[in-house]
Design a protein around this ligand. Structure first.
Ligand code: G3H
Ligand code: 13P
Ligand code: NA
Ligand code: ZN
Length: 305
């Protein structure tokens, strides 16, 4: 069975000093696109579903899509991960569905409450063989942060948090932010902080908001009738530097959305008579494969299946 836990895949990544991509899915084509990339470059892969994805796909459709991905790729370690779980009930639901890993994100609560909720999730998940990711800090661009909203992860708190909860991986706030409109110019990430937290906790660290928002894909979207405002994402050099310092899981959603959208817009632009969904979802699926493959090679997880 190629089902893997987050713990297995990330401990190997930490040991081997590479990063593993965690890609969000909402539909069959994105899942197929990601799995084709993993197969092509012989890489472990983390497939993750947000609460929005669970709702959109209806639990059973998602469950069977994920089972198909695992069944058809017997040589690829696949982690099925709940992204940004909000409470223990959601975690229970995901585990019942067959997820091998869950994130509990209680990072918006005060520290003690985050510890309490995260520990409750670990106590539930670990005896069932399921890994847990939690988060400490508040994401956001360091230079964009005029209102003082961003809270980088505190290393002392990270050590205490891990000791008291027993989490398998910790998402850290180091200056990244979610979505397509991250930064006005190339961000400065707190890569030294990653090194400090990694050296002190000896745990795999997770980077959320790691899409690069590629300028060429955005141009393609806008050239073919889209209207995405100017903004930049996280440059690959910054991700590679963070991996060298202890980041082992890299979360990507926005770049897949953009790759898919650009491909679909191009089909409709080039031939407005098209109406068979396979004619645009097929190219969208290929665009995801290309994007994911290039990330797997850059993160260093290619060849580590
Ligand atoms: O971090 C959030 C992910 O990009 C998932 O987004 O909640 O819209 O599915 P979503
Ligand atoms: P992006 O919006 O940068 O793709 O981040 C995705 C993410 O962190 C999912 O948890
Ligand atoms: Na947070
Ligand atoms: Zn996230």
């Amino acid at each position: 069975m190629p089902f893997a836990t987050l713990r297995q895949v990330l401990e190997a990544a930490r040991e081997g000093r590479y990063g593993v991509g965690a890609f969000n899915v909402n539909n069959m084509e994105s899942l197929q696109g990601i799995m084709a990339a993993a197969a092509r470059c012989n890489s472990p892969v983390i497939i993750q579903a947000s609460r929005g994805a669970l709702k959109y796909t209806n639990l059973n459709y998602l469950r069977h899509l994920m089972l198909a991905a695992v069944e058809l790729n017997p040589n690829i370690p696949v982690v099925l991960h709940l992204d940004h779980g909000d409470k223990i009930e959601t975690v229970r639901e995901a585990i019942a569905l067959g997820f091998t890993s869950v994130m509990i994100d209680a990072s918006h609560f005060p520290f003690e409450e985050n510890v309490r909720i995260t520990k409750e999730v670990c106590d539930y998940a670990h005896p069932r063989g399921v890994s847990v990711e939690a988060e400490l800090g508040t994401l956001g661009g360091i230079e964009e942060d005029v209102s003082g909203h961003v809270q980088l992860t505190n290393p002392d708190q990270a050590v205490e948090f891990i000791n008291r909860t027993g989490v398998d991986a910790l998402a850290v706030a180091i200056g990244t932010s979610h979505g397509a409109y991250k930064f006005k110019s190339a961000p400065v990430l707190a890569t030294d902080l990653v090194r400090t937290i990694s050296d002190r906790t000896h745990k795999p660290l997770v980077m959320h908001g790691s899409s690069s928002v590629p300028a060429d894909i955005k141009k393609m979207i806008n050239d073919y009738g889209g209207r995405m405002p100017e903004a930049v994402g996280v440059p690959m050099e910054s991700i590679v530097a963070s991996i060298a310092n202890g980041v082992c899981k890299i979360n990507v959603d926005t770049d897949s959305r953009m790759a898919m959208t650009a491909a679909i817009r191009k089909v409709f632009h080039d031939d407005p008579t098209k109406f068979d969904p396979r004619d645009y979802l097929g190219p969208a699926r290929e665009a995801i494969t290309d994007m994911v493959e290039s990330k797997m090679r850059a993160f260093g997880c290619a060849g580590h299946a």
